[in-house]
Ligand binder design. Structure first.
Ligand SMILES: Nc1ncnc2c1ncn2[C@@H]1O[C@H](COP(=O)(O)OP(=O)(O)O)[C@@H](O)[C@H]1O
Ligand SMILES: [Mg+2]
Length: 249
């Protein structure tokens, strides 16, 4: 069964239809890129999947279970984690402290004033494991605000990983980054996908990153799914070339 099923999902903001009748299945372990020009509805699509607001119509299923009306917090508990187009992290805390917040939240300890020795050990091992996965062990005790842009983004992805998600949604993880940092973040995403087997949905504007990483690509234009397929199929699709890739060159 598909991990995530999106069935005829739409979202209207007044008279603007930001996402228009999109149907899509995400298989376990796949890396799916969502591309399209600015304002195409990519972030709105992620907001619908992660439960920021309900769709105007349509259905979303995780593991066959209808989550269309589940809240964002409920979806996090069910295994959805996301990062945002604008980095959301606590710059005045260390990398480890940021990951600790996510780990404690994921393990249901965040609002507890007292943890047992075993619980503290479980949080510590989750933190260390996450630092290793994101290659941030050397940056663990540095303030996030003092890290490079690439390491900050890795730390933000690490906060999502500390939730041990079943699906990870990344909204423009290389936005505003230079060559070197884009390479670093793309490398982290590749490792998470290839080595750890994470299921990932990725909104990305850098076409080299998209065509290198994605198993399949969805193209949105004006909220509508223009095309869907392998990188090869998308590159060869005349409608995509005309509507999007041609203008991006
Ligand atoms: N909360 C909102 N209220 C009203 N309009 C919105 C809202 N969020 C997005 N939009 C509009 O929906 C369209 C799609 O936006 P967005 O999903 O951010 O596109 P993308 O991420 O592809 O650049 C845009 O026209 C945007 O102005
Ligand atoms: Mg966006």
């Amino acid at each position: 069964m598909s991990l995530l099923q999106i069935r005829g999902v739409s979202k209207a903001f007044g008279s603007l239809i930001a996402v228009n009748n999109v149907t899509l299945d995400i298989e376990p372990g796949e890396l799916r890129a969502v591309i399209g020009p600015n304002g195409a509805g990519k972030t709105t699509f992620f907001n619908l999947i992660t439960g920021f607001f309900p769709p105007t119509s349509g259905q979303i299923l995780l593991d066959g279970k209808d989550i269309t009306r589940a809240t964002a917090v409920e979806r996090i508990r069910m295994g959805m984690a996301r990062t945002f187009q604008i980095t959301q992290i606590f710059p005045e805390l260390t990398t480890r402290e940021n990951i600790q917040i996510a780990a404690e939240t994921a393990m249901g300890f965040r609002l507890r004033t007292w943890l047992s020795r075993a619980e503290r050990a479980a949080v510590s091992s989750r933190i260390e494991e996450t630092l290793v996965a994101a290659r941030l062990t050397e940056q663990a005790d540095r303030l996030v605000g003092e890290l490079s842009h690439g390491d900050q983004r890795s730390a933000e992805i690490a906060m999502a990983l500390a939730l041990k998600p079943r699906i990870l949604l990344l909204d423009e993880p290389t936005a505003g980054m230079g060559e070197q940092e884009t390479f670093q973040v793309a490398g982290l995403i590749r490792r998470l996908h290839k080595h750890t087997g994470y299921t990932i949905m990725l909104v990305e504007h850098d076409m080299r990153v998209v065509f290198n990483l994605a198993d399949r690509i969805v193209v949105l234009t004006e909220g509508t799914m223009l095309a869907e397929g392998t990188p090869r199929e998308i590159a060869d699709n005349p409608a995509v070339q005309a509507a999007y890739l041609g203008t991006a060159e």
